[in-house]
Design a protein around this ligand. Structure first.
Ligand code: ZN
Ligand code: ZN
Length: 354
């Protein structure tokens, strides 16, 4: 009897401890959730939408080769109360969301060409910006062929649209935002064509040289006297130099041609002819760091940011490898990193990098 009552006391204490543990854990979890939700809502950078400066955010500085520290091609431009994304490479949506970019204010997607490392996350950018609160149709600009890309992605996402609307209701998810509108821009050499004017922002598209991949374009954004040019993928391009003339900032793709050439040779020696061919082929239609600096010089641009860095190089080596052949006198060079925010304030020549 005595033994039984001792067991009863011990089990009662055990039950109370378990109850305390569960309730305590729940409180702990609730507290963590409250803090997380508060941080998440407060961390959305709506301040950028009210800024008079031209802001640029790097949402992907990598390329098709896998690299845990970089998303594929993506640059955000924030101006006049909206954000505009140039290329939507795989992984880029997450980089933008984690940094608190106000994706509900997505005013347009600009595709430079249709390699997968530039278009792979179109569906996610459209869907996530819609869930974040975008309530207007999504305009997608690109060279001839953009309508096929938009139609294909839309087809793949149509069922998802229907699930979410049926589940959450049209008061919470605007039906109008499920419309994606393709806009074809010219990819002919010469002065670029204005493709968008809105709240002081002027966007121009111009042809670049990514042959044998055609068409391919770059974009220039002018806002309140400040300007940024985004190259897309290109070999060194005189047409880019023409259209970048006088810009404040050039965001240019780069590829280490000599290193990639050596990689290709090593693959050949390792009896990997297919990989040797694939890696050797990419050298022709990209730009080396020193060529990108030459283009900045030709265009009279003082600051160039390297993006689309090929091959992926880890850590400290990255900066050294991509800048070692450059004369620092030529132009200010910034090796782009995912999450970098660049601010060009109105009425000055300043470029602030965070
Ligand atoms: Zn490409
Ligand atoms: Zn690319």
């Amino acid at each position: 009897m005595k033994h039984r009552s001792r067991i009863a006391v011990v089990s009662r204490i055990g039950f109370l401890l378990a109850l305390f543990f569960v309730v305590g854990c729940d409180r702990l979890v609730d507290g963590m959730m409250q803090r997380g939700i508060k941080q998440r809502t407060e961390s959305v950078r709506t301040d950028l939408l009210e800024d008079d400066a031209l802001n640029v955010f790097l949402c992907g500085t990598g390329a098709p080769l896998p690299d845990a520290s970089t998303a594929a091609a993506c640059t955000l431009v924030i101006a006049g109360g909206q954000i505009y994304v140039v290329d939507v490479g795989p992984g880029s949506q997450e980089v933008a969301q984690i940094a608190g970019m106000p994706t509900a204010a997505l005013g347009g997607v600009f595709l430079t060409h249709f390699h997968s490392d530039h278009i792979g996350e179109l569906g996610e950018w459209a869907m996530q910006s819609w869930v974040a609160g975008r309530d207007q149709p999504l305009d997608v600009y690109g060279p001839p062929g953009v309508d096929r890309v938009v139609t294909g992605f839309k087809q793949a996402y149509r069922q998802d649209d229907a699930y979410r609307i049926a589940h959450h209701g049209t008061d919470n998810l605007a039906v109008a935002a499920t419309e994606w509108r393709p806009h074809t821009v010219s990819a002919v050499d010469g002065p670029g064509k204005t493709i968008l004017e809105r709240k002081g922002l002027v966007v121009t598209a111009f042809a670049v040289d990514h042959r044998p991949v055609e068409p391919a374009v770059g974009y220039r954004f002018d806002f309140k006297g400040r300007s940024v040019v985004i190259s897309g993928d290109t070999d060194q391009s005189t047409n880019l130099e023409l259209n970048a003339r006088g810009a404040d900032l050039l965001i240019h793709e780069v590829l280490l041609k000599e290193l990639v050439g050596r990689m290709s040779d090593v693959l050949g020696e390792a009896d990997q002819p297919r990989l040797q061919k694939l890696s050797g082929d990419v050298i022709d239609y990209h730009t080396s760091p020193s060529e990108a600096v030459q283009s900045a010089n030709q265009a009279g641009v003082d600051t160039v940011v390297f993006t689309h860095l090929v091959p992926p190089v880890p850590g400290l080596l990255r900066s050294w490898l991509f800048t070692r052949d450059i004369d620092p006198e030529d132009v200010a060079v910034v090796v782009g990193e995912d999450g970098m925010l660049i601010r060009l304030p109105e009425g000055s020549r300043e470029i602030e990098i965070n």
